[in-house]
Design a protein around this ligand. Structure first.
Ligand SMILES: [Zn+2]
Length: 307
């Protein structure tokens, strides 16, 4: 069986660049400065490979302009490899492991992975979860709360709210304060009101549940996990077990500042999982398309590195 790792995109920079061009410009190249499609590929030895010029605004560009890889010194085939590795590892991959596989410094691997998580961050269109005869399971969990060493104070645990459509997608949110008001705002924005909502018996949910087609609650303390194979929250709990195994087992410590990037990573892999028909390579291709248009958001987060 040939390995995906034999693919030239992981070893050859020109192959990698053409692969990114096909992902980011599926309908042909466009100018990242003004948006026009009337652009010219510059050939010849005077130009570096992959350089284009816009016929309208006259700016020059390559496929990495306005992406998380812009101005990176890391060769594109290494970006391909890192995107593939993070997307084919179910529980994630530590920056240390990435460094061992890719070479270079720990800091480079760490920043690279955060940029890839940004590429994996998905848009959350309102009302996108659930619908007629569909079930959306909602639950919150707490992550973090582990000190780096004995001298440090234990940081408080942070709440993550996840909404999972059964046999469908997940959307996770970092919730600074768990209250009926903050949870309601997220749930009613994200979930189609024709859905059945499944939650635990927490007092924050009944009034929110009234706004949906139906609302089922599960009493965990009574071990009442499954009622008639319909009224349960097993799906969201399975999702949390993947998330927590990754965050505890692989990442060890996730600061509140970066938590939303890790949940974006786990959400993305779950939303493009094998059970929904995605291979590791297809998942990688979709993540690669996501590098475009994320650069500014990344910078705004205060994360800069000269890599
Ligand atoms: Zn232009």
């Amino acid at each position: 069986m040939p390995s995906h790792l034999d693919n030239p995109i992981f070893h050859d920079d020109n192959a990698a660049r053409e692969w990114f061009e096909a992902r980011i410009w599926p309908d042909g190249p466009f100018c990242p400065h003004c948006g026009t499609v009337t652009v010219t590929r510059l050939h010849g030895k005077a130009h570096r490979p992959g350089l284009f010029q816009c016929n309208d605004c006259r700016e020059q560009f390559t496929v990495t302009v306005n992406t998380v890889c812009e101005r990176s010194k890391i060769p594109l085939h290494k970006w391909c490899m890192a995107i593939y590795l993070l997307n084919s590892s179910k529980k994630g991959m530590s920056a240390l492991q990435m460094q061992r596989m890719m070479g270079g410094s720990y800091k480079t691997a760490w920043f690279m992975m955060h940029r890839i998580r940004e590429a994996m961050r998905e848009g959350k269109l309102p009302g996108g979860l659930g619908g007629q005869n569909k079930v959306v399971e909602v639950d919150e969990t707490y992550v973090g709360g582990k000190a780096r060493n004995r001298k440090n104070k234990v940081p408080p645990k942070t709440a993550v709210l996840s909404l999972v459509e059964r046999d469908g997608s997940v959307r996770s949110f970092h919730v600074p304060h768990v209250s009926a008001t903050t949870l309601r705002t997220i749930i009613v924005t994200q979930v189609n009101r024709a859905s059945y909502l499944m939650t635990d018996e927490s007092l924050v949910y009944p009034s929110i549940g009234d706004e949906f087609r139906g609302h089922g609650t599960v009493n965990h303390s009574a071990e009442e996990y499954v009622r008639a194979h319909f009224w349960h929250t097993n799906t969201v709990e399975n999702y949390f077990s993947i998330l927590k195994r990754g965050i505890i087992g692989i990442y060890h410590h996730v600061s509140e500042t970066h938590l939303h990037r890790y949940t974006a990573e786990f959400d993305f892999r779950y939303n493009h999982r094998v059970a929904l028909g995605y291979s590791d390579m297809q998942r990688t291709e979709i993540a690669a398309a996501g590098i475009y248009g994320k650069r500014l958001t990344y910078r705004r987060a205060g994360q800069r590195a000269n890599i």
